[in-house]
Ligand binder design. Structure first.
Ligand SMILES: [Zn+2]
Length: 289
């Protein structure tokens, strides 16, 4: 297992070097890594490869490499966007970066922005980044580091290339993410048909159903955590926020029980159509309808 992880990380690093050498590196990159420190090291490696003027990037001996590795390269900017003791990535910081990006580089022919703390970028900050990701100056490169790509807006994800440190099992696919988001919005709506339709999407396939129910349990638990005032990173930021604002702790706990029961029923191979009906009924009950 350790070896697999090691190989995967080595592959990520060599993928960066070769893409930069081919001159085809994308202007927007997202580094997904649960360990923030590890993600940041990787982002710095990318920045180093981009400014390197030698062969076999990063060559480690050119002036740019020496400066980048000493963290003193004038064209590599690194920020976690935190202002006024807040943990959020400030939208003002993004606006400053946007202005700064239009000033040509100092020494290199490229300018690189490493935006750490991506998991704490709210919608406003992400939309501000999106504006420049859509039409970046030719010399500008953005590297956003986040603990989970699910914290990013889909519009941002469509503009970046993702380098993920997560193992296949840890990665939530775009499809699964979309299903969970739709389910949460169906739960919050009072529309019975929508709830029925969304539930049917994943309860027909046992493997998918289990994954989605586990993810839903995670969102409900996170909403409970948020409700009790804890501030931490959540995989589904928007959904966690909405659920914690709109539902009572009692409803959230009941929803967790509903998911648990359903997972047990799936393992006992119950009829899937009946499960859809049961899940909708139980959700409505948990919501007090
Ligand atoms: Zn170099």
């Amino acid at each position: 297992m350790i070896n697999d992880v090691q190989t995967k990380i080595e592959q990520l690093y060599s993928r960066v070097s070769s893409t930069v050498e081919q001159g085809a590196f994308p202007h927007g990159v997202l580094v997904e890594c649960q360990n923030e420190h590890e993600g940041e090291l990787f982002a710095r490696f990318i920045a180093n490869c981009l400014v390197c003027r030698g062969q076999n990037k990063p060559c480690g001996v050119c002036q740019d490499c020496i400066k980048a590795q000493g963290k003193g390269h004038p064209d590599i900017y690194e920020t976690d966007g935190k202002r006024k003791k807040s943990n959020t990535f400030s939208v003002d910081e993004v606006r400053d970066i946007r202005e700064n990006a239009f000033i040509v580089p100092n020494e290199s022919d490229k300018k690189i922005y490493i935006l750490k703390n991506g998991q704490n970028m709210n919608e406003q900050a992400q939309n501000a980044i999106l504006k420049i990701l859509e039409e970046p100056p030719s010399y500008v490169f953005f590297i956003i580091v986040t603990t989970s790509k699910s914290t990013m807006l889909e519009t941002v994800l469509s503009r970046v290339q993702v380098f993920s440190f997560l193992s296949e099992e840890e990665q939530v696919t775009d499809k699964e993410m979309a299903i969970v988001k739709n389910m949460v919005s169906a739960i919050l709506s009072v529309n019975e048909i929508e709830l029925m339709e969304q539930t049917a999407v994943f309860l027909k396939n046992n493997q998918l159903a289990k994954t989605i129910l586990e993810l839903l349990t995670e969102v409900f638990r996170d909403a409970l955590v948020k409700k009790s005032g804890f501030v931490r990173k959540f995989r589904f930021m928007e959904e966690t926020e909405k659920l914690s604002n709109k539902l009572t702790a009692k409803s959230l706990m009941q929803l967790i029980t509903v998911c648990d029961d359903l997972i047990n029923s799936i393992e006992r191979n119950c009829n899937n159509n009946l499960l859809v009906v049961r899940m909708c009924y139980e959700i409505k009950r948990a919501m007090g309808r």
